[in-house]
Write a new protein. Sequence first.
Length: 298
Amino acid sequence: MQSIPLLAEKLGVHVSFPEHVFSTPMRLEEFQTLLKDCGKILESFFEEYKISWRDVYVTSDIGLERMALAQEMQLDEHDTVLDVGCGRGYFTIAAAELSRFVIGVDLMNGLGRHGWWRNFNTSIRELNLVDKVLGVKSDGGRLPFRSGSFSAATTVHAIRNFKDYSSIENAIKEMKRVVLKGGSVILVESLPIARTKAQEAHLQMFRCKVKHTYGELDYLSKDKIEGIFQNVGFKKLEVKELDYNLSAAPPLFCIDPYLPSLPRSKREEAKRAYDRAASMVSKWGEVSPPALLVRATR
Ligand SMILES: C[S@@+](CC[C@H](N)C(=O)[O-])C[C@H]1O[C@@H](n2cnc3c(N)ncnc32)[C@H](O)[C@@H]1O
């Protein structure tokens, strides 16, 4: 979705596509139609203009941000990386471009993530990274690897989807165990702060998602994230705030499938919150808030 307007501009072709996907408060049917339209437009780009999935990745904000993060982490061809909470592989791909080998680990046991391993494997195949990437279904808090197996363990835009604070801490503990002495444990997550109207719009939509759907934690503050690393026994942390002004993790969702599971009294409130957030996005656009990068050395 993010790459289509940019690719169209590059190719000099006109496609009819909403400037912001929330430009009208989105309902499930509209979203499904939009997805189908995206599929058709991309198919025509692939066939008529020889566009590849790599072109799609590098012209999307999601891909651009993950590549910037992998550079920022200074991953290189000597690195063997464990990517915890890999999801559909957005960061795994960027890490694999720079390093020797990446194992992506994720629970992906439902919660709206049906078919994500298929997405992961398809992306890895389409991007010719099969020799460098392996996906493993596992809990980040109980990693099936020997101690000291990796030079770096990363978790990128993932802790918001962990069950609770202690499951995040368990994962960081395990990541510490599986990296070599001198290796790095690196966490990246959005912060609950907005410096622009577009970031405010993101937070409004994200908070609506946290409150009225399930499986999403609020973004943690800088102090809380640092506290997790300290609890795990890391003393010295390298901490950096990154603000790329990209839509790196759009809080894209439709409210209607969630409404029936809400008590009647909450449904109107949920719809109002969603429409308010959608109108902010259509007015100002949507940009991810600044993200915190924490690097701890074992
Ligand atoms: C936002 S998604 C993926 C983000 C991805 N790293 C990226 O670059 O876009 C977060 C993922 O964390 C995973 N997750 C949640 N709890 C987990 C756990 N205990 N162990 C491993 N993965 C977990 C979820 O299944 C989900 O796929």
